[in-house]
Design a protein around this ligand. Structure first.
Ligand code: ADP
Ligand code: MG
Length: 235
């Protein structure tokens, strides 16, 4: 077990919903600068893990530490930005207004025009959120995750439901952030996205980590018979 300060330290994390154990004794460490994909089929426990990591759910057992801080402390300090799987945007605000509103929640934040440009929505500043396409809306949500200039960016299925063009636009914006040394954890059920955009892939099934390694390593496992059936794009 490593003891130096990491971006993420999850130990023995467990969460039950009635009879379902969504996350089952999960251990995961992420070092600063890593870009990690949390890959798994629907129901694997990815979102529950992320919600526990962010302190949005209380674990039944186990611990969460982000930069040696409890999640609420790390988030209040602006060290963590997140984009959850669901969650709407106020439709009547324009893009600049909604990013400004998010920025106002932090004592220190990046300049709003810079955040919008980074997220690939700079040209949409005056557009009402309600008139945007799904892909544009996802990039606005990405802008909100970037507003506090976080060290760690957590994204839950950021491109699910988007078309190819919107997926590419999203990852272009994301890549600009990882190039600046951000630590990223993104959940996905797309093997191709884990392979293309992560430098480490953590494969989850039934609430636990079943494999953890380079994209090439995980791809070779997924190509094997046991895991193949559960991951779209693995055929
Ligand atoms: P994933 O994000 O990988 O699709 P989830 O973390 O959403 O997986 O779900 C893991 C398991 O926990 C699933 O069986 C799901 O039905 C169950 N689950 C998740 N959230 C709840 C909840 N709020 N109440 C009951 N069951 C839940
Ligand atoms: Mg999910």
């Amino acid at each position: 077990m490593t003891t130096k300060t990491g971006a993420v330290r999850l130990t023995g994390l467990t969460k039950r919903f009635g009879a379902v154990t969504a996350v089952d004794g999960l251990d995961l460490s992420i070092e600063p600068g890593e870009v990690v994909a949390l890959l798994g089929p629907n129901g694997a426990g990815k979102s529950t893990t992320i919600d526990l990591l962010l302190g949005l759910l209380r674990p039944d057992a186990g611990t969460v530490s982000l930069y040696d801080l409890a999640p609420d402390r790390a988030i209040a300090a602006g060290r963590v930005g997140a984009m959850l799987q669901s969650g709407g945007l106020l439709p009547d605000l324009n893009v600049a207004e909604i990013v400004t509103l998010a920025a106002s929640l932090y004592k220190a934040h990046r300049p709003v025009p810079e955040v919008m440009a980074r997220a690939g929505v700079g040209d949409l500043a005056k557009r009402r959120v309600g008139t945007l396409s799904g892909g544009q809306r996802q990039r606005v949500r990405f802008a909100l995750a970037l507003v506090a200039d976080p060290d760690l960016i957590v994204l839950d299925e950021p491109t699910t439901g988007l078309d190819v063009e919107a997926r590419r636009a999203f990852w272009t914006a994301m890549h600009a952030e990882t190039a600046r040394g951000r630590t990223v954890l993104f959940a996905t059920h797309y093997l191709d996205e884990a392979d293309a955009y992560a430098d480490r892939v953590v494969l989850m099934r039934a609430g636990t980590v079943i494999a953890d390694g380079t994209p090439a390593h995980i791809k070779s496992l997924v190509a094997g018979r046991t895991i193949r059936a559960t991951i779209p794009g693995a055929h």
